[in-house]
Design a protein around this ligand. Structure first.
Ligand code: ATP
Length: 344
């Protein structure tokens, strides 16, 4: 279990990485709501310059997370064109060994969507696969990209999925892969999950090819309980399910390792084109902040803010990504109104 580290005088200190695009404005809403609700959390803000050709800011962010144990994060941009400057989002997950991403996708009754009552947990390997970032041009016009799958990481993430199922009364784990084509790499991931499944006889295990999974998710999502998958397929499947439930602005994801945890919006978007316009949906980042409070043990504050979020959504106070007309500000004001009512 990851252990929250920085806890002085009853208050937690958390690293805050606003990132680019809509990240900074969404973080300001989180700070405002936390302060309004009297949440005992202090933030250590770390900005990462997207244009930097070095990793000084990134190293500082990693040091801060190692000290605090926990971070809340927007999407970090890496604009440098230098080939050796790799995606900082990926580097952060790799260096902190955040080997699993968990996205719990539950329908909001107040949001219009094609399917109702969806409840799917996506457990995604978070540090390898196509995200190994090992690419090179072997001869002009021929680029090779290495996909790395290891049995140790496949086993950790499979075990995480089955343990999650056991702890949370879930009935089924579906391993999603493309082992019919990538026989060695995805084959190893699939075989490892089958081996781990044997230790959990009470949990049903099946598997499905990624392309069919996308079709099944759109046509019959209720057949899924826990989806266990590799890094890239996890990114795709997460976006499909978030899209089914209401888009990029609603759900939050968690990145776990053995020591550190990062909370962030589920689909990890930057939202550059909507930044600074008072239209971004603040809910996904606020949900990430609520998950973080639960993780830190601040259950009452988490419940207070969660209820205020749910009431706001179910009352139809929606930003335009959900088909509404409310501004980001109006959504946040409504959440604070519900916090006030519940606190009186
Ligand atoms: P880019 O690097 O171009 O920003 P991306 O993969 O991060 O790409 P975005 O384009 O940022 O993805 O986001 C995908 C879509 O989701 C966009 O239409 C964006 O406006 C929308 N979106 C992302 N986050 C939110 C949000 N919080 N509220 C409303 N819409 C959002």
């Amino acid at each position: 279990m990851p252990i929250p580290k920085a806890h002085y005088g009853g208050r937690h200190t958390v690293t805050l990485l606003p990132g680019a695009g809509i990240g900074p404005e969404l973080m300001n809403y989180v700070k405002e709501v936390f302060s309004y609700a009297g949440v005992p959390v202090d933030f250590e803000d770390v900005d990462i310059d997207p244009n930097a050709d070095d990793n000084v800011d990134l190293d500082f962010a990693i040091t801060s997370i190692r000290r605090n144990g926990v971070a809340l994060k927007g999407n970090i941009e890496t604009r440098s064109t230098e080939a050796e400057v790799l995606s900082r989002n990926v580097a952060l997950r790799n260096q902190l060994d955040l080997y699993v991403n968990v996205l719990h996708c539950v329908s909001y009754p107040g949001v219009n969507s094609r399917h109702k009552n969806i409840d799917i947990v996506i457990v995604r390997q978070n540090t390898e696969g196509e995200y190994a970032m090992l690419e090179h041009e072997s001869v002009k016009g021929v680029v090779e990209s290495m996909k790395v799958i290891t049995s140790s990481n496949s086993e950790r993430v499979a075990r995480y999925a089955f343990e999650y199922a056991k702890r949370n009364g879930r009935k089924k784990v579906t391993t999603v892969h493309k082992a019919n084509i990538m026989k060695l790499s995805d084959g190893l991931f699939l075989e490892t999950s089958k081996r781990v499944a044997k230790d959990y006889p009470d949990i049903v295990h099946n598997d499905m090819i990624i392309d069919n999974t996308c079709m099944q998710l759109v046509s019959n999502p209720h057949q899924f309980d826990i989806v266990l998958t590799t890094n890239l397929y996890g990114a795709i499947v997460s976006n499909v399910v978030c899209g089914l439930l209401g888009g990029a602005g609603l759900l939050a994801g968690k990145n776990f390792g053995d020591h550190y945890t990062i909370f962030e919006p589920g689909t990890r978007n930057t939202g550059t084109s909507i930044a600074g316009k008072n239209v971004a949906n603040p809910i996904a980042m606020l949900n990430a902040a609520v998950d973080m409070l639960r993780h830190l043990g601040h259950k009452n504050h988490a419940a207070l803010i969660q209820n205020a979020i749910n009431k706001t959504i179910n009352q139809g106070i929606h930003t335009r990504d959900l088909g509404g007309q409310a501004t980001s500000r109006e959504v946040v004001d409504s959440i604070m109104k519900h916090i006030k009512i519940a606190s009186n």
